[in-house]
Design a binder for this molecule. Structure first.
Ligand code: GLN
Length: 178
């Protein structure tokens, strides 16, 4: 996705690989596993430190779960980095609706965003400093921004939707100038 918008991407698996970055993307996957592996590798504390210093971080799906201050339906052991003053419920769409695609109005992006939700979380509530960027038709919140943190409940890469990554790249550019 970053290549598609002309940005360089590096994979981060250990703490030394965090050096020299202008932003971090935490992808979808499984938040319980991201939680465990990040604690085991020491990335957990490093990423928490970056977030508290205002470093730009973008979380998609499981990545959104990792950025949430409060989790519902989490496992007993799982931890989140936090940073976003939101409450996120894991696996919020049951059985048949486990996965679905829909078009969203997204603040800051012209024309609708085609979004794929895969065992997706939902944002149940947001604190006063959090900007809601998109909702599904039921009213559920699926995209938020708070400062340099961006969190979305869906997978833009599955539908080839590059504009949310572009929005994050713009956040990284602006943060670099400050
Ligand atoms: N259900 C997964 C979790 O709890 C998230 C799914 C995804 O990232 N597509 O982490």
């Amino acid at each position: 996705m970053l290549k598609a918008i002309g940005r360089e991407a590096v994979l981060v698996r250990k703490t030394t690989e965090l050096r020299g970055l202008v932003g971090l993307i935490i992808p979808g996957g499984e938040s319980t596993v991201i939680s465990k592996l990040s604690i085991d590798t020491g990335l957990f504390e490093e990423i928490r430190g970056l977030i508290s210093n205002g470093f730009p971080v973008f979380g998609t799906c499981a990545g959104l779960i990792m950025l949430a201050d409060n989790l519902l339906d989490a496992t007993a052991k799982q931890r989140s980095f936090g940073g976003l003053d939101v409450t996120v419920r894991r696996n919020a769409f049951g059985n048949q609706l486990d996965s679905f695609e829909t078009d969203l109005d997204f603040i800051g992006i012209n024309d609708s965003v085609h979004a794929a939700f895969i065992r997706a979380p939902i944002i149940e509530s947001v604190g006063p400093g959090v900007e809601v960027l998109a909702r599904i038709s039921s009213g559920g919140i699926v995209a938020v921004r708070q400062g340099n943190l961006l969190g979305i409940a869906f997978h833009p890469e599955i539908t080839g939707e590059t504009r949310v990554h572009q929005l994050f790249a713009d956040i990284c550019d602006a943060a670099k100038l400050n």
